[in-house]
Every structure is written in structure tokens, then in C-alpha cells.
Design a binder for this molecule. Structure first.
Ligand code: AMP
Ligand code: MN
Ligand code: MN
Ligand code: MN
Length: 278
């Protein structure tokens, strides 16, 4: 089964419409698709209709921003197969979105201090959904001004953790994010675990806590993971009895590290999360 369970449209920080994301997934051989925009499910209806029309299977999706632990790590959690009409879920996502505009203004102020003027307005021009203005939109604006060759280098110089345009922010708690998804009948999955600044001890504590709230899955295959990280997180999945996911995290042609549906297969001894979804 070619399942790809993590990708974005222009309802968050992707560049394509939900329809075009699904067309691209289908053209790349995806058989089970979802759309996991950041803190937003508005694109899921359109993605669902296109996916079904094209003969793919589809599950609803979202990627929720979480702040976890004493050091306030930002962690992303994917929700799959939940009822997107669920009130606690949609109210919760609305509350997570509500902090983005103010944060974006602060990012704009910090970038101005290092000589990048007009960044808030510039990012807003790139954000089709202004409530979802994100660092990706700032990055695209900065590339447009000619200061960096690509989005990745903007994060390395200005927007990544500890860089001049990085503004600490409080997102949902882990318990909120997991319960919004599971109470709406979905499965909570830890997104790109290899991207976090967690020691192995902290990762284990994090996953224990995630499971204690009802979390069940982890992205083993992710475009953020180097081959050795795929092995590391396959081992976490085995040891901690977590369902394994396969996740391109596609945002835009040419911008993402891996295209839709193009990751390798999951190791056959892992339990694929899609068996619990369809
Ligand atoms: P935000 O939710 O506003 O903090 O933005 C987070 C988004 O920025 C992620 O979902 C990615 O799409 C993007 N991002 C984060 N780090 C990087 C990076 N190093 N290179 C490219 N994109 C990144
Ligand atoms: Mn993103
Ligand atoms: Mn993410
Ligand atoms: Mn993502």
C-alpha cells in the first residue's frame, strides 16, 4: 500500500490547492492519502472529494503544533481519521491558530532589527490563509528579496530555533492535542521525531507521556529523516509498541525534501498505522 500520511496545501504553508495536492499524490502512485495542514482542517473537504474522484482512499488529517516539557520544545503531532466536525477539535484548532498573527508581527519586528524590512507584510502576501501565517511564508518572502537562495537557508540564518527571527510561542499542550484527535475518533501520530532537540531519555519520556494520553503512532519514514534516523525511530516503534507512519510532509514542488508517495517502504516487521485506519 502506497500510503502517504502527511502533506500540506495552501490552507496552511503549502503552495498547492488541496485538489492539486491530491492530483499530484495520485500521479505519484499514492493509494491512501490525507491532507494534514497546520492547525487547520478547512482543506480536507476538497482533498477528500478529489481523492475519491481519482480512486484513492482518503482519511482526514491535521498537523497540530504543540509545546512540550520544561524546555518548551515545539513538537508537531499529526491527527488522522478523526471527525473534523467535532466541536472540541475545531474549537481547539481555532485557539491554536489565534496566536499566529501576533507572533508574526513580533517576527517582523525582530527581522527589521537585523535589516529585513517589511517582512510581516511580505509574509502576509504569501499567506493565502492569513490566520495560518507561518515561518514558511516569511522564508518565501526573504527568498523573494534575494537575501537567500532557498527556504532552507532562510531557516538556517534567520528563522530556526535561536536565530534572530525566532520567537518562542506557546502552542497546544500535548494532552490537549492528543485528546482533541482521539476524542474525535482519530489516531494521534508524532510527526518527524528526528527534528526535535530531545536526548534519547527525553524522547522516551515524551513518548511515554504521549501514549499515556492515548497517542498511538510515530512517523518512522519522514522526509526529515536521514537513513540512520529511520532505523532509530523504527526501534522506538518496536520497543514502545507504536504504529508506524510514512510521511512525505510535502509542501511544494521543489521545496520539499521528498515528493508525495516517493518514500521507501516501511520495514515489514512494523505495524503500519494505516491498518488501523482503513
Ligand atoms: P511555524 O508553524 O510558523 O513555526 O512554521 C513551521 C514550518 O516551517 C514547518 O511546518 C515547515 O514547513 C517549515 N520549516 C521549519 N524548519 C524548516 C527548515 N529547516 N527548512 C525548511 N522549512 C522549515
Ligand atoms: Mn509546514
Ligand atoms: Mn511539521
Ligand atoms: Mn508538516
Amino acid at each position: 500500500m502506497n500510503a502517504d500520511l502527511h502533506c500540506h496545501s495552501y490552507y496552511s504553508d503549502g503552495l498547492l490547492s488541496p485538489t492539486d495536492v491530491m492530483r499530484r499524490a495520485h500521479a505519484n502512485g499514492v493509494e491512501l492519502a490525507t491532507l494534514t495542514d497546520h492547525d487547520e482542517t478547512a482543506g480536507v473537504f476538497e482533498a477528500h472529494d478529489t481523492a475519491i474522484e481519482l480512486g484513492m482512499r482518503f482519511v482526514s488529517g491535521v498537523e497540530i503544533s504543540v509545546t512540550w516539557g520544561e524546555e518548551a520544545h515545539t513538537i508537531h503531532m499529526v491527527g488522522l481519521g478523526m471527525d473534523i466536525y467535532n466541536k472540541a477539535l475545531s474549537d481547539g484548532l481555532a485557539s491554536v491558530r489565534s496566536g499566529r498573527d501576533r507572533r508574526a508581527m513580533l517576527i517582523g519586528e525582530e527581522l527589521a532589527k537585523v535589516g529585513i524590512e517589511g517582512a510581516y507584510e511580505g509574509a502576509m502576501r504569501h499567506a493565502r490563509n492569513p490566520a495560518l501565517v507561518s515561518r514558511s511564508h516569511f522564508a518565501r518572502y526573504i527568498v523573494e528579496t534575494g537575501r537567500a537562495k532557498d527556504v532552507k537557508s532562510v531557516f538556517a540564518q534567520w528563522l530556526g530555533y535561536g536565530k534572530p527571527g525566532y520567537i518562542p510561542h506557546s502552542w497546544a499542550t500535548l494532552q490537549q492535542a492528543v485528546s482533541w484527535v482521539t476524542n474525535a475518533g482519530g489516531i494521534a501520530v508524532v510527526a518527524h521525531p528526528g527534528r526535535y532537540r530531545l536526548t534519547p531519555q527525553e524522547m522516551t519520556a515524551f513518548l511515554d507521556e504521549f501514549k499515556s494520553y492515548g497517542g498511538r503512532g510515530i512517523e518512522v519514514l519522514s522526509s526529515s529523516h536521514r537513513p540512520e534516523q529511520v532505523e532509530i525511530f523504527a526501534d522506538y516503534a518496536r520497543r514502545m509498541d507504536l504504529l508506524a507512519s510514512r510521511a512525505s510532509d510535502f509542501h511544494a514542488p521543489g521545496e520539499s525534501w521528498t515528493d508525495l508517495g516517493k518514500l521507501p517502504d516501511l520495514s515489514s516487521d512494523l505495524k503500519p498505522v494505516w491498518k488501523a485506519l482503513i
